[in-house]
Write a protein that binds this ligand. Structure first.
Ligand code: KG4
Ligand code: ZN
Length: 341
């Protein structure tokens, strides 16, 4: 019988300090997340320097808690996994340095993980039957990728955003309509009170690349709409603007994804990343996949936004392939998916 693989995973690429213990890639024994959101709210977005400092303050505590919650000791761990890119360089460095120090002191092997590979792998946690190949839409604060997951750790990006990421668009529009940071969950909530057909915002097409996205035109259309209302002295219905904007984003994401599903003939489709926790997006994909006759996979909201359990899931498959990193592992802020350093 094969020995169980226990991974202590660490994630600090943005504004969540997180650690988790994951058994055999799919069983989460603990998942501790210290969210810095409240700290950054007064600045209207993540302040990198503040994020790094808070990571330093919290990381040891979060790791210790992850071991306690899992009822395991450091010595029980098979590998130490850490996100080494992409992300904010100072924030990444805190996790990478901590993981290297733990690996050096304990002699437990180190496995560096790509953050987006983590988001995609979040789908393995609750969907025990999900195996590649499948298509995955990754929509987070920094990324919007349509990815063919050919095998564990093997990806082909077939679509990407030309400008703003989907989450970034949510955050910017939320700020413009006075909802504040973080925009995604607030727009999600307010939209439930609004009419998604009230205002028709554009659904951008990117001419030469079938699956690419563009959200900056949509963001400008919302800003123009707000300005013109203001100039005419008309009152703005925040819920209607939020719902109409959200519908425009969801329509484009669903349309591109289903086009890809049809072309590539995969029978499985998954979503990942912070925006994947959006209730309207989930419902739209549920319906679209049912219509296409394909299986739809999505992580629970807690595994959509940044967490370390997803890093532990991704690390398991990297570890099984023989991936090990040395103490020269560095933070790579613009690491590409599928690239191994
Ligand atoms: O994956 P994530 O936690 O961090 C990155 O890797 O970027 O994603 C954060 C993004 C933010 O832009 C946030 O506004 C968005 O995900 N988000 C949402 C929702 N929850 C988080 N967007 C739309 N609806 C939500 N419910
Ligand atoms: Zn993320």
């Amino acid at each position: 019988m094969e020995k169980d693989v226990y991974i202590l995973a660490i994630e600090s690429s943005c504004d969540e300090t997180a650690a988790a213990v994951v058994k055999n890639g799919r069983e989460v024994l603990s998942n501790v997340i210290y969210s810095q959101i409240a700290l950054h709210t007064e600045y209207g977005g993540v302040v990198p320097e503040i994020a790094s400092r808070k990571h330093i303050e919290k990381i040891n505590q979060v790791i210790e808690q992850a071991l306690v919650d899992a009822d395991r000791k450091l010595g029980d761990m098979t590998a130490i996994a850490v996100t080494y890119g992409p992300g904010l360089v100072g924030a990444l460095l805190v996790g990478v340095s901590t993981a290297k120090a733990i690996s050096f002191a304990s002699g437990i092997p180190l496995v560096g993980v790509h953050h987006i590979e983590g988001h995609i792998s979040a789908n393995f946690i609750e969907n025990k039957d999900l195996e590649p190949p499948f298509i995955c839409l990754v929509v987070s604060g920094g990324h919007s990728h349509l990815v063919v997951v050919k095998d564990y750790g093997e990806y082909e990006i077939i679509g990407r955003t030309r400008d703003d990421a989907a989450g970034e668009a949510f955050d910017k529009v939320a700020r413009a309509i006075g909802l504040g940071y973080p925009g995604g969950p607030k727009i999600d909530r307010v939209s439930k009170e609004g009419n998604p057909e009230a205002i028709h915002f554009p659904r951008a097409k990117v001419g030469d690349a079938e699956y690419d996205f563009s959200f900056s035109g949509l963001k400008s259309a919302v800003l123009n709409y707000l300005n013109s209302c203001q100039m005419k002295g008309e009152e703005i219905n925040v819920a209607d603007v939020a719902a109409s904007f959200q519908k425009a984003v969801v329509d484009v994401l669903v349309e591109h994804s289903m086009d890809a599903v049809r072309k590539y003939h995969y029978k499985k489709f998954a979503i990942a990343g912070g925006v994947a926790s959006n209730s309207s997006l989930r419902e739209a994909f549920e319906n679209a996949c049912r219509k296409e006759g394909i299986e739809f996979y999505h992580p629970s909201p807690v595994y959509c936004t940044d967490n370390a359990a997803m890093i532990g899931a991704a690390a398991y498959y990297e570890y099984q392939k023989g991936m090990r990193h040395g103490l020269d592992l560095n933070a790579v802020p613009n690491l590409r998916l599928g690239e191994r350093v």
